[in-house]
Write a protein that binds this ligand. Structure first.
Ligand SMILES: C[S@@+](CC[C@H](N)C(=O)[O-])C[C@H]1O[C@@H](n2cnc3c(N)ncnc32)[C@H](O)[C@@H]1O
Length: 274
């Protein structure tokens, strides 16, 4: 079924208002493909009808948003953030703060189907040589997509998903085979807790974190929304906390409260102290 220009514009407003994702006009085919199953599920005759229904149903709107999110991810995506974590951030934390507070709070803030969360967990496990129990470590994992969060929380991956970023040693050490899929082991799964969170909701009050991962999500937002997002995230950082963004992303001209740091060519950000 084809979407009209008017329906495309209305849908863009709904999706943008709900989650900040900007749907470009040249993406009509993508929208048609992704929302066609919903048209069939609800036995609707047009996209206009879908929009009219969505206006009265937050459940349907969430479903539309879920289908319009791009959940592309993989284990150890871009590798460098995990080297930064293992070689710089964790040693710094252990030397300066670990002994004092004993708490390490990490947030994977647009975690999609969880590969980022478990890559962090594996990095922690390797850094602390398995001695996780004696460190008070928590990884908050969130995304706006219901289906992505359900999958992330299940910790189950197909052979194809596993083949994207994990080596054989990590696979055998940290996953168990369950029927046709691989399941993350409980000791890693238990480091994380999962929540549905819209990063653009008006007040982002989700505690304070030592390390926030916010990778490959701001690229879908408008510049004012990117500004708002990074302002909120900066207020969720502990005094010495750091923010890690995507390899192709930048805060240049977006945020003045965060300063850019560099480790072996990988950018990361910390709050400018007043
Ligand atoms: C391309 S994935 C990135 C996943 C992971 N961070 C990575 O880099 O591999 C982008 C994720 O951002 C999520 N997302 C989009 N808009 C969001 C919003 N307003 N709040 C929270 N998550 C959002 C999508 O559901 C999707 O799972």
């Amino acid at each position: 079924m084809r979407i009209t220009v008017k329906a495309l514009m209305e849908l863009s407003v709904i999706v943008h208002n709900h989650c900040g994702i900007v749907l470009k006009k040249n993406k009509a085919y993508l929208i048609e493909n992704r929302l066609q199953p919903l048209i069939e599920e609800y036995s609707l005759s047009s996209f206009e009808e879908l929009i009219a229904r969505a206006k009265d149903s937050s459940k349907l709107t969430s479903h539309i948003v879920d289908l319009m999110t791009t959940n592309e991810t993989s284990f150890f995506r871009d590798k460098k953030p995990y080297e930064l974590l293992k070689e710089k951030l964790l040693p710094d934390w252990q030397a300066n703060f670990g002994k004092k507070s004993g708490h390490l709070n990490i947030w994977s803030s647009a975690c999609s189907t969880g590969q980022e969360v478990y890559s962090i967990a594996i990095t922690l496990m390797e850094y602390f040589r398995g001695d996780i129990i004696n460190h008070n470590i928590k990884i908050k994992a969130s995304d706006i997509s219901d289906s992505a969060i359900v999958k992330a929380s299940s910790g189950r991956y197909s052979n194809y998903e596993i083949s994207r970023g994990l080596n054989a040693v990590q696979l055998n050490k940290y996953f168990t085979k369950e029927d046709a899929c691989w399941k993350i082991k409980d000791e890693l799964r238990s480091m994380a807790y999962f929540e549905k969170i819209n990063l653009l909701q008006p007040k982002l009050e989700y505690g304070r974190f030592d390390i926030i991962f916010c990778r490959n999500v701001a690229i879908y937002f408008s510049k004012p929304d990117r500004r708002r997002l990074f302002e909120s995230l900066s207020s969720c950082l502990n005094n010495n906390g750091v923010l890690i963004i995507g390899a192709t992303e930048s805060l240049f001209d977006i945020n003045e409260q965060l300063k850019r740091l560099d480790y072996n060519g990988t950018a990361y950000y910390s709050r400018i102290q007043p």
